[in-house]
Design a binder for this molecule. Structure first.
Ligand SMILES: C[S@@+](CC[C@H](N)C(=O)[O-])C[C@H]1O[C@@H](n2cnc3c(N)ncnc32)[C@H](O)[C@@H]1O
Length: 308
């Protein structure tokens, strides 16, 4: 692979700082991708640091493994979905850890791979699965959901105001075979608003989230991650759209407060104790310089919390 195609890890110094990476520390990279963050964590945790790198995408795991051979046994890769984070870590005797990182979404490698159908800029088959073991593909969603189901999905998971119009256009144009065909249909159905982003961006996001059941995987995984981190350890999440960020923010909020019975409640079962302390009240975002050199970083929001 040429260097120009390599995925550029986002906010690396901010991630290392938020994870409080220390020599000899053990970290889980729950979204290994091409291993950019893993590599930075391994370097910063020398001597003796270890990373368990997980990715649902078999190809990504293979790339990360090959790229980081220099770290030997300190770098362990596993092809798994992070919805199984806890069992994966326990199986590899990798708990408790000093930190867990999630860098959500897709990598440049996935966007560049023609067979994957994540990009709306080429005529690729409509796939969008992170793992080939998953049953549902983007083609299934696009060609078999009812018009109402599609409109709801595009509205809720893409936060797309033109969802109904787009859903109608999709249903009228079936069968749709390629990502470019789909993008053109969406573009024609979208109102011209001089948008900053391509008119298909939100609909592609919605379909990808649905295909990979991303939001429920994230909710489950955050809970599991908290249970794997030792006291004083950190959880760091980089999200790229508001649906993900809301889940992270609400999870950190809930886990960082004790349950208090509302005054005057006659019977209240309230035994939840805070497990996390929020480190970032507001999300950390990339510098102007980083956005200038890596456009993909522009929507990144980093939140972190400490296990207490
Ligand atoms: C933005 S990329 C990560 C890039 C990586 N931090 C790097 O520096 O190269 C996101 C990765 O998360 C993976 N991913 C997304 N959802 C996942 C899930 N539920 N379980 C495991 N991996 C997932 C994707 O396959 C993708 O490789």
């Amino acid at each position: 692979m040429g260097l120009e195609k390599r995925h550029l890890p986002v906010m690396v110094p901010e991630v290392l700082d938020a994870l409080k990476v220390q020599p000899g520390g053990r970290y889980i990279d729950a979204t290994a991708g091409e291993g950019g963050h893993s590599q930075a964590i391994l370097r910063a945790s020398e001597p003796g640091g270890q990373v368990l790198a997980i990715d649902a995408d078999e190809e990504a795991v293979a790339v990360a493994k090959e790229r980081l051979t220099e770290f030997g046994d300190s770098f362990l890769t596993v092809n798994a979905n992070f919805r199984d984070l806890r069992i994966t870590a326990l199986r590899h005797d990798f708990a408790p850890v000093h930190g867990v990182l999630f860098d959500l979404g897709v990598s440049s490698l996935q966007l560049d791979r023609e067979a994957r159908g994540f990009s709306f800029r080429r005529a690729d088959p409509l796939d969008m699965r992170f793992s080939i073991d998953q049953r549902v593909t983007a083609a299934d969603v696009v060609n078999s959901y009812s018009q109402g189901e599609l409109a709801d999905l595009i509205y809720h998971l893409g936060e797309e105001r033109a969802a109904r119009r787009i859903a109608t256009a999709i249903v009228r144009s079936r069968p749709i075979e390629t990502s470019l065909e789909l993008a053109n249909i969406i573009e024609k159905a979208s109102p011209r608003r001089g948008a900053r982003i391509h008119p298909a961006t939100r609909t592609f996001q919605a379909i990808r989230i649905a295909v990979n059941d991303e939001l429920s995987a994230l909710e489950t995984a955050l809970q599991q991650a908290a249970s794997l981190i030792g006291y004083g350890g950190r959880m760091v999440v980089i999200s790229y759209h508001s649906l993900e960020d809301r889940i992270v923010k609400n999870f950190f909020r809930k886990e960082s407060s004790d349950c208090v019975c509302p005054p005057g409640t006659p019977i209240c079962i309230c035994d939840h104790k805070a497990t996390l302390k929020m480190v970032t009240k507001k999300p950390v975002t990339p510098s102007e310089a980083e956005i200038g050199s890596n456009a993909r970083s522009r929507s990144a929001k980093l939140r972190s919390a400490e296990r207490i």
